[in-house]
Design a protein. Structure first.
Length: 320
């Protein structure tokens, strides 16, 4: 129990530690307290947003992968000349938010076998997260040249290019990615949102919402697209969702003030989402206020966020 509690002191949102603490309490007969820990772990998992569906499959994962890393450690001891364990361990590190460790594993895999475009793409994703955008573009370009129809590598390169300030080149990659993703409504919607192409995004968002009617982000992004296209907001059909991003839907409905939404935005990603939506709501009333919100977003948050790319494209369209 003290070890689980120590882990939670270091990382309060560590759902596996909460669950482990619950199990220990359960064994010791503290049933009600254990139930509280189980409930807290379930709540964290329910509120964890998965990676955007247009991103690499590894980056669509969220969570802790310590058990997987330990398992691959053991495999590598017996298969030191095999690339697969290094790739798998790198993926576990990347999905758990450790791009530096992931990069070391991808580099080792590429030392064992150079011609691995899929690994070059993963290496590029790790470099991009580390802010090494020039190297990321180079590595992802190797993957794209080897596999021109790799939609995920194109999307990764677009983000790295955006990190270098190459908005036009990023949009070129996203337009090609959008073509390759036809039939995957959720992924297409995310790509169109990154380009701030609201007319392209709205029908894809409608289709995504048909497939996943309970996903609050499709409701939010659909509402955003309709506002930017100067269409009726359709507030009557918004679901009532507690927590996040329900608060953003409440903001659109006028039930929460801008100050309240900023207080509720308790992570960097949520803060970025909040100031983007504040810009959307301010746009018709005062474009300069909207642009100030979006400029703050661009300056403070990474280009991997949908809202960052959307804000960059919106700002690029400001009147001269």
């Amino acid at each position: 129990m003290p070890l689980y509690q120590r882990a939670l002191d270091l990382e309060p949102m560590f759902d596996e530690a909460l669950e482990g603490l619950g199990q220990a309490l359960d064994v010791l007969g503290y049933i009600e307290l254990a139930a509280e820990k189980y409930a807290a772990a379930r709540r964290i998992r329910a509120e964890t947003r998965l990676g955007a569906p247009d991103r690499h499959f590894v980056l669509r994962q969220r969570g802790h992968f310590r058990a997987e890393v330990l398992a691959y450690d053991n495999v590598i001891w017996s298969l030191k000349k095999n690339t697969l364990p290094y790739i798998a361990r790198g993926n576990a590190f990347l999905a758990s938010g450790q791009p530096d460790a992931a990069l070391a594993n991808y580099n080792q895999a590429l030392r064992l076998k150079r011609d691995l475009p899929a690994v070059a793409a993963l290496k590029g994703e790790a470099l991009s997260i580390l802010g090494r955008y020039s190297e990321a573009v180079e590595s992802l370009s190797v993957a794209v040249e080897a596999r021109p129809n790799d939609a995920e590598a194109l999307g990764g390169r677009a983000i790295a290019r955006l990190g270098l300030g190459l908005l036009g080149e990023a949009n070129t990659d996203w337009r090609r990615q959008f073509e390759l993703l036809q039939g995957r409504a959720a992924a297409c919607a995310c790509v169109a949102l990154r380009m701030a192409d609201w007319a392209l995004a709205l029908p894809e968002l409608d289709r995504a919402l048909e497939k996943e009617p309970h996903d609050p982000y499709w409701h939010l992004y659909r509402l955003t697209a309709r506002r930017r296209l100067e269409m009726p907001a359709d507030l009557a059909d918004l679901p009532s969702i507690g927590g996040w991003p329900g608060a953003l839907l409440a903001l659109h409905a006028g039930r929460i003030t801008p100050d309240e939404i900023l207080k509720r935005a308790d992570t960097d990603d949520r803060h970025a989402e909040a100031i983007f939506q504040l810009g959307v709501l301010a746009f018709d009333r005062d474009r300069k206020v909207a642009e100030a919100y979006w400029q703050e977003l661009v300056e403070r948050f990474p280009p991997s966020l949908i809202e960052h790319a959307t804000a960059r494209n919106e700002l690029a369209r400001r009147p001269s």
